[in-house]
Ligand binder design. Structure first.
Ligand SMILES: [Zn+2]
Length: 270
């Protein structure tokens, strides 16, 4: 139940921190895929973005000065996955770190044989469990750029891929990892509203993931970022990018996945 006080506080926040019209229009221009969205959803997105900006700190890394435009462009995209789920899905973190460019984390991890590896490839985004989301600003702005195979020089499977460019959105991608991490390590399965949906989700996603890996390996032209083959969690995040940025492509390629996503996200762009 929402108390009178929280309703009053919400209304006051929305009024006091409203996104000015010019800034809102600039953000919409920077995110052209939103042009196809219904007006009602865009209004809801604007409202949620205000609440997101009041709730989270968007800070620049190493002296990078974050502008109001950058804050809005990040907030709008961050709110897309939780538009119908609610901002409380992001309760476990307070900070979004914005970098002036791609960044290197130097994360160490141990493989099955006990060998320690150090990741030093430049990243566009990273999400930490219970911690901040880190984003490269040029990539966060490049919201519906089509990624092509040149970006996969270091990966043997992806190196040879010459398929159709894929719609990408690094902000949606990272925040979908946040949803995935709500019930433990990212595994491609966020908390779902019923056991029925859970069973359907697992079966659909496993089947689609196997199919996607097989087709990518066979160099079939699917038009979805082959980075999705890396792990079921990446598959969920990449296909969610397609769901929101180029929904028709997901509906045509994996209609069952589109339907599962529509049930989970509680609506589906068309
Ligand atoms: Zn990822």
């Amino acid at each position: 139940m929402i108390s009178f006080f929280s309703r009053w506080r919400r209304a006051r926040t929305l009024q006091r921190y409203a996104i000015p019209e010019t800034l809102w229009q600039e953000a919409l221009t920077a995110l052209p895929f939103l042009a196809d969205w219904p007006k009602s959803e865009l209004e809801a997105l604007r409202t949620m973005s205000v609440l997101f900006l009041c709730d989270k700190n968007i800070v620049g890394a190493r002296g990078f000065a974050v502008t109001p435009f950058q804050r809005v462009v990040v907030a709008v995209q961050a709110c897309i996955p939780v538009l119908k789920l609610g901002l409380e899905w992001y309760d476990d973190f307070e900070t979004v770190v914005l970098c002036s460019d791609e960044f290197i984390t130097n994360t160490e991890w141990e493989d099955e044989d006990g060998v320690v590896h150090r990741d030093n490839e430049p990243l566009m985004g990273e999400t930490m469990q219970g911690g901040p989301v880190v984003l490269s600003w040029p990539d966060a702005l490049d919201a519906n750029r089509e990624r092509d195979s040149d970006e996969y020089e270091d990966n043997s499977v992806l190196e040879t891929w010459e398929g159709n460019a894929s719609p990408v959105n690094v902000v949606i991608h990272e925040f979908v990892h946040k949803l995935d991490m709500k019930n433990g390590e990212a595994n491609g399965c966020p908390p779902l509203s019923s056991n029925l949906l859970m069973a359907r989700w697992k079966q659909t996603m496993e089947h689609a993931y196997d199919d996607f890996c097989r087709r990518t390996e066979a160099e079939e032209d699917i038009g979805i970022d082959p980075y999705a083959t890396e792990h079921p969690a990446e598959f969920f995040a990449v296909l969610s990018e397609v769901f929101f940025v180029a929904p028709a492509r997901l509906r045509e390629t994996y209609p069952d996945v589109y339907e599962c996503f529509r049930l989970f996200y509680r609506w589906g762009p068309t």
